[in-house]
Design a protein around this ligand. Structure first.
Ligand SMILES: Cc1cc2nc3c(=O)[nH]c(=O)nc-3n(C[C@H](O)[C@H](O)[C@H](O)COP(=O)(O)OP(=O)(O)OC[C@H]3O[C@@H](n4cnc5c(N)ncnc54)[C@H](O)[C@@H]3O)c2cc1C
Length: 1012
């Protein structure tokens, strides 16, 4: 190893690109400027039109697939069924489940309409699928008869075969040797074809996965190096020979911005091994482009490797990076890569793609409530960005070798035009690229026209590994906006197909129908603004606030203080309740704005006082903001006076008002969100509020109460009373002036409160209780293990398992349990336990020593009673910390009580899933439930069977969003109504019906005046 050039990421991290969420129009203007005026699109059309016509007249063999996707677009039930089957069927190990999945997907689709004129595969698949349906059990019924089962097995086998055929369209071989043979075969027809091999698979979740991928990549590089292509690389260089594409996420399970130290220590040396192998063989090694939140990190990794290359292999010109044009920062990336090359006196290869994860990026931005999208939202904008980047690449061809990856004839024509204008020669100065199984027809024509060299991106993998890739390709080919899709549709005229993106993108506005994350809930309610912690500019204020955070001291209340507060609040109630509804709602909205503006400060408080990690803190502040805005909006619409229908001569009005003094008792695990949610719901309904925060977290509560007062809640309508539940809480509940109690906490305390209320004389008042859960997740054999492991780790261990929604019981189908639990164990070993103020901490300490002692004792008991599956290692004993741990139980009945920490129980199940749900129901709790299955009818059926408040399918079970996933359970888990839901506010209200006999004074004037 060269000690003169350590593999190191820049320290401290610095932003090298523009802000990812700047306005789209601004980013696009930069592209236009770079592209310059006078780009003649009509010349592009003239060039590309004959290609399009020729492909339509003489379709490539792949046409069959394109026709199939046109016949059954992904937006149709049939297309969706095909895609979902393709995604899951090959991995299902047990026949019964495979039958259920096939029946479920095919049952809802109508394949009979296929027209006989299509290609062979399309016809075959359509006919097979249509016939299959008659053999399959009805979707939704669980037990088919014997004859049906025999028929169904054949159908499943046939469907499996069809999907394997589908997969083969996009995958060059199951092993690198098979793929290289296939490549050589193709080269016999097209001698100048080059390949870039890609070893398929999901991103690594464990060290074991990463090592497996590393070995596969290394094996592939050695195999290429040993081949004829590799030998020619040694002589002629990496441009003319086959190469490899690698995904950094496959080489390290924690390839994340917040894990920079580990990326440096663990990922860099691993990638370097591959880089060195490729450099020795003089091959092209390209780092694929992945998610947006990894972009800056990927550039840091790239530069770190490049520095070492400059020292060790200064003449190697085969190191490369893929750049996604759909990112609004794409042009900046090209410039940055060129800068690195110049600084280090190196040459790089740069693959320009449009980008494969557009839908996922849009969803992530919406979920995180980001200030904008990091990707363009119109296809034409991405196309313009692509052209601007292409120009920038060609202009930098002294240090970069552009590789233009596209299947779009218009884009290819435009590249040709740009290259001619700049005097860049195909092959010598750039190459084109396509994916195996796509764009065959277009490139057949393009190559005839002398547009130089072509490289095929060639995925290699076993059936199981190709599924996710296959689905991405199906999505890409099936999307209406996709060039490939439109090319296969004769109704799309050539001029439409080749329309100028420059003309289409004239204003640079964001796409209609795709609102900014802030407007997700329409005009009535603004979404809370979130923070992208992976973005340096966004997380810097949070880090500063954590460093400065000071938790205020809060005086303890005594019996006299409680009494005085209740007296004051009772007086205050009259005035506050008399305020117009709109005024009370406006106070909440002001509070929301103020809280949003002070997000960093509240995050600092939460990290310090409640020991929460930064990501959790941001989510919690957002939730509190959402509660304020949501209840304000709900109050306006739901609590307004209503005129009711009735007989003439009478006016009937229903109106709602506050009940009096509401006591709100909240827990420490969401000291801001739950505290604020309870308080503002009670307030907006017209009540005054005695707010008792958890003893562990009064500081956050104090700051929130101050904020509410500043926003306009009168001092005598809201009083904070800090103290133990046994004294202050009990006194508040027992007080005769209490008109209602809103409580979140344990079932035991809720019972206590219920009894105390029942024991009182005077009015019977409402109790809204949200309590704990023994939350389960059921996983069947159609689920994707990687997705399950992600969901389990988040649900069971985030916030150190201290959420009432947290996963406690994982029920895995026996046919996949061994593999899944091994992956889970590996993923748990990769978690980092430590100080919550550190960005790289996944799991912080428990709330206090007392909680820790209780949980430690329960874990000790489990060590004796159950089988240990895995435990996250901790570098040293950390105060009050329980490291994530998972135990396997024999059966569900062994689970008796909630352990409020990062402790997961696992059971295996066989037989029918309904039995599992029955047993989960029998536990008596009903808060959250997770289902991991691709059988839609099963998910629907089990969700209906579950006596559980929040059911999540194919995702984690935590982080309910206000107004989107109203939260709260049934049974032992709470009384309802759900927090953040449309029925919540009513429970805080008293109702009055006002009936006025408008005919009392002499007669019905209105009726008579109507002249009936
Ligand atoms: C050789 C090769 C290597 C590749 N490597 C990578 C890689 O490393 N990383 C990666 O992410 N992808 C990669 N891809 C996949 C690539 O991103 C897609 O194949 C490509 O986007 C399809 O573009 P097109 O020009 O062929 O088709 P077109 O139909 O012209 O473009 C489709 C693309 O436009 C974009 N788009 C669609 N709708 C919108 C919208 N509403 N707003 C904005 N943009 C939109 C999307 O990027 C979509 O994929 C690679 C592709 C090839 C050919």
């Amino acid at each position: 190893m060269n000690t003169l050039s350590p593999l190191a990421l820049p320290r401290p991290p610095h932003a090298r690109l523009p802000f990812p969420y700047r306005p789209e129009a601004q980013a696009l203007a930069g592209c236009r400027e770079r592209l310059g005026r006078g780009f003649d699109w009509s010349a592009v059309v003239a060039r590309a039109r004959p290609w399009v016509q020729a492909v339509r007249e003489h379709p490539a063999p792949f046409w069959a697939m394109e026709s199939l996707l046109k016949e059954y677009p992904i937006s149709s039930a049939e297309g969706l069924a095909l895609m979902r089957l393709a995604e899951a069927l090959l991995r299902v190990p047990d026949v019964e489940t495979a039958i259920a999945l096939t029946a479920d997907q095919l049952g809802r689709a109508d394949f009979d309409a296929a027209d006989g004129s299509q290609g062979l595969l399309a016809r075959l698949s359509a006919t097979a699928i249509a016939m299959s349906k008659s053999f399959l059990p009805e979707a939704g019924t669980s037990e088919p008869g014997l004859m049906q089962r025999l028929g169904a097995r054949t159908v499943v086998a046939a469907t499996l075969r069809a999907i394997q055929l589908l997969g083969r369209q996009f995958v060059l071989g199951r092993t690198i040797d098979e793929a290289m043979d296939e490549a050589d075969g193709q080269r016999r027809a097209q001698p100048r074809l080059r390949f870039s091999y890609d070893m398929l698979g999901e991103g690594a979740r464990t060290e074991h996965d990463a090592e497996r991928y590393l070995a596969a990549y290394a094996g592939a590089i050695r195999a290429i190096a040993a081949s004829a292509s590799g030998r020619s690389a040694l002589q002629d260089g990496p441009t003319g020979a086959d190469g490899i594409s690698i995904k950094l996420s496959a080489l390290f399970s924690r390839y994340e911005e917040l894990q920079r130290e580990r990326v440096e220590a663990e990922l860099l040396p691993r990638v370097w091994q591959l880089v060195a192998l490729a450099a020795e063989a003089n091959l092209n090694l390209t780092i694929d482009a992945e998610e947006v939140d990894r972009l800056e990190l990927s550039l840091d990794v790239f530069e770190a490797l490049a520095r070492r290359i400059a020292a060790q292999y200064p003449r190697w010109a085969g190191f490369g990076l893929a750049v996604q044009a759909y990112q609004t920062r794409a042009l900046g990336v090209v410039d940055e890569v060129a800068r690195i090359a110049r600084t280090l006196n190196l040459r790089f290869m740069v693959r320009l793609v449009k980008g494969a994860y557009w839908d996922g990026e849009v969803k992530r931005a919406q979920e995180l409530g980001l200030v904008g999208y990091p990707v363009y939202t119109r296809k034409a904008h991405t196309d313009v960005s692509y052209l601007a980047c292409a120009k920038a690449l060609l202009e930098a061809r002294d240090v970069l070798y552009p590789q233009f990856a596209t299947h779009n004839a218009g884009t290819i024509g435009a590249i040709d035009q740009l290259a001619r204008g700049l005097g860049a020669l195909p092959d010598t100065h750039f190459e084109m690229q396509r994916l195996h199984g796509m764009g065959d027809g277009v490139y057949r024509e393009v190559l005839k026209d002398g547009i130089g060299a072509l490289r095929v991106y060639a995925p290699v993998g076993e059936h199981r590994d190709l599924l996710a890739y296959l689905v991405r390709r199906l999505l890409e080919n099936g999307a209406n906006s996709s060039f490939v899709h439109q090319l296969a549709d004769p109704r799309v005229l050539p001029e439409e197909l080749l329309a100028s993106p420059l003309a289409l993108a004239h204003a640079g506005e964001q796409a209609e129908g795709l609102t900014l994350p802030a407007q997700l809930y329409g005009v009535a309610r603004r979404n809370s603004v979130g923070v992208d912690i992976s973005c340096l500019a966004q997380r810097a204020p949070l880090e500063a606030a954590v460093a400065l955070a000071q938790v205020p001291a809060v005086p303890l209340a005594d019996a006299a203080a409680v009494d005085a507060a209740m007296a004051r609040l009772q007086t205050g109630f009259e005035g506050w309740n008399a305020r117009p509804l709109a005024e009370r709602a406006a106070v909440l909205e002001r509070a929301a704005d103020a809280l949003e503006a002070r997000l960093p400060e509240f995050c600092g408080l939460l990290v310090t006082e409640a020991r929460k990690t930064l990501g959790d803190c941001v989510a919690e502040v957002r939730e509190a903001v959402d509660f304020c805005r949501y209840y304000a909006q709900q109050a306006r619409t739901r609590l307004a006076e209503q005129e009711l229908p009735g007989p003439t001569g009478e006016r009937n009005t229903l109106r709602l008002h506050g009940r009096g003094v509401f006591v709100c008792i909240s827990p420490w695990n969401f000291p801001l969100a739950i505290f604020a949610g309870q308080v503002v719901a009670a307030l907006v309904a017209g009540n005054s509020v005695a707010a008792k925060p958890a003893e562990q977290t009064p500081g956050v509560a104090l700051r929130m109460v101050e904020l509410l007062h500043q926003a306009g809640v009168p001092a005598d309508a809201l009083v904070l009373l800090h103290g133990p539940g046994e004294t202050v809480g009990a006194a508040l509940v027992a007080d005769a002036r209490t008109a209602g109690v809103c409580f979140t906490g344990s079932t035991a305390v809720a019972r206590h409160i219920n009894r105390a209320l029942a024991a009182k004389d005077g009015p019977i008042v409402p109790l809204i209780a949200e309590t704990g859960g023994l939350n389960a997740m059921l996983v069947d054999s159609t689920a994707l293990p990687e997705q399950v492991v992600d969901a389990v780790v988040q649900s069971a261990f985030r916030s150190a398992g201290q959420r009432c929604s947290a996963l406690r019981l994982l029920c895995v189908h026996e046919s996949i349990a061994d593999g899944l639990l091994e992956m889970l164990a590996g993923a748990m070993r990769e978690l980092r336990v430590g100080d919550p103020a550190r960005l790289d901490t996944d799991v912080g300490p428990l709330i206090d020593a007392e909680a820790h002692a209780g949980i430690a004792a329960q874990v000790q008991r489990l060590r004796g009673e159950a089988r240990l599956i895995a435990e996250t290692p901790a570098p040293q004993a950390l105060p009050d910390t329980q490291t994530p741990v998972a135990f396997e139980l024999q059966h569900i009945g062994q689970l008796s009580s909630e352990i409020f920490g990062p402790v997961l129980h696992v059971v295996r199940w066989g037989g029918v899933p309904e039995d599992v749900v029955r047993q989960v129901n029998a536990l008596g709790y009903g808060l959250t439930f997770g289902l991991q299955t691709r059988i839609d009818s099963r998910a629907e059926r089990l969700a209906q069977q579950a006596r559980i408040g929040n059911v999540y399918v194919n995702r984690n079970t935590i982080g309910a969003v206000v107004g989107v996933q109203p939260f709260g359970g049934e049974g032992l888990s709470g009384t309802g109504p759900k927090a953040g839901g449309p029925h919540y506010l009513y429970r805080f209200c008293a109702e009055q019906t006002l009936t006025v006999n408008t005919a009392a004074a002499g007669g019905n004037a209105a009726l008579l005046a109507g002249g009936h």
